[in-house]
Design a protein around this ligand. Structure first.
Ligand code: NDP
Length: 282
């Protein structure tokens, strides 16, 4: 009889998350006996609280970390991937063969793969305006830098946190911190919302867009039918996606960390996308 392994998502809030549906569909598709659950890890959690929760899940399978704990998660790992070292943020963890708590950042790859849903935008030589400076923003900034963007402006409610992102992710050469993005001259190939604005229905838009200044918009936040901001962009004629494609692609990379390479990636992605569509329509 196969052992049922247990995986989970640690964060606060997590009730909205589609991850259990996405991973549940993936495990069935792959014939893996495992469950995936949301586990609220309070915002006030300390490093030792979070490490205890991560170890508990890692012993039975592994898991993911979401808002607001990705940076704290990176600090409690025993073994970190180069992507965690680069970003200072961890969203995927497991126990390695030596019983050490290991972690990766699959948001970087998830973000890059999701660009195929945005007319296959190429980041090399592009100008990117990044809103936010938390865990997700670190992954987006690292991806932009790795792909060779020409210009990256980082705007966050707390400017100090944006400055820390630029220096810790090591992107001083291409990136600047801006206080008011609308005061910046020029046009942008891509604007990315990596703040948590949009998670709640009552949230303000992260930025009111102007069609002639922004060529594409990517909201890392997701919601059934698109977020209010991705719909705002689309209504202005700006090609836009929300965070669902990124969620699916980072999940594939997480599964590969836990179980090894997936042979039929396209088939798995198709299954997970269908699970998301069914959640949206149901
Ligand atoms: P963090 O808590 O690390 O960062 C939150 C960010 O949002 C910070 O920049 C914060 O600014 C900003 N913010 C929060 N509230 C406000 C507000 N009221 N006004 C302006 N800015 C605000 O969260 P993460 O980076 O981990 O996650 C951010 C979002 O991205 C979440 O919705 C998460 O679900 C989503 N996400 C989606 C993924 C996907 O696969 N689609 C992957 C990763 C994340 P400050 O620093 O000033 O507090």
């Amino acid at each position: 009889m196969s052992v049922c392994r247990s995986f989970g998502l640690l964060g606060d809030p997590v009730a909205h998350s589609l991850s259990p549906r996405v991973y549940g569909a993936a495990f069935s598709h792959l014939g893996i006996s495992a469950i995936y659950e949301c586990r609220r890890e309070p915002r006030q959690a300390t490093a030792s609280d979070l490490r205890r929760s991560m170890l508990g899940l890692a012993e039975s399978g592994g898991g993911n970390v979401t808002v607001p704990h990705k940076q704290l998660a990176a600090s409690v790992l025993d073994v970190s991937s180069p992507a965690v070292d680069r970003t200072g943020a961890c969203n995927c963890f497991w126990m390695d063969a030596d019983g050490r708590l290991a972690g990766d950042n699959t948001d970087i790859g998830g973000f890059l793969e999701a660009l195929t849903d945005l007319d296959g935008l190429r980041l090399e030589g592009a100008s990117v305006l990044l809103l936010g400076a938390g865990g997700a923003a670190r992954a987006v900034a690292a991806a932009c830098s790795a792909e060779g963007v020409r210009r990256l402006a980082v705007c966050n409610r707390s400017a100090r946190r944006a400055e820390t992102l630029v220096s810790e992710v090591g992107i001083d050469e291409v990136a600047t911190v801006v206080l008011d993005p609308m005061s910046l001259p020029g046009v942008w190939d891509l604007v990315v919302n990596a703040t948590s604005l949009g998670m709640s229905r009552d949230d303000a838009l992260p930025l009111v867009l102007e069609p002639h200044r922004f060529h594409r918009a990517f909201d890392v936040v997701y919601a059934p039918g698109g977020t209010r901001w991705s719909r705002h962009a689309a209504a202005l004629g700006i090609p836009a996606i929300d965070g669902l494609p990124m969620l699916v692609h980072q999940a594939v990379l997480s599964i590969e960390n836990w179980f090894g390479a997936v042979v039929d990636r396209e088939g798995l992605i198709g299954t997970m996308r269908r699970a998301v569509s069914e959640a949206e329509s149901g």
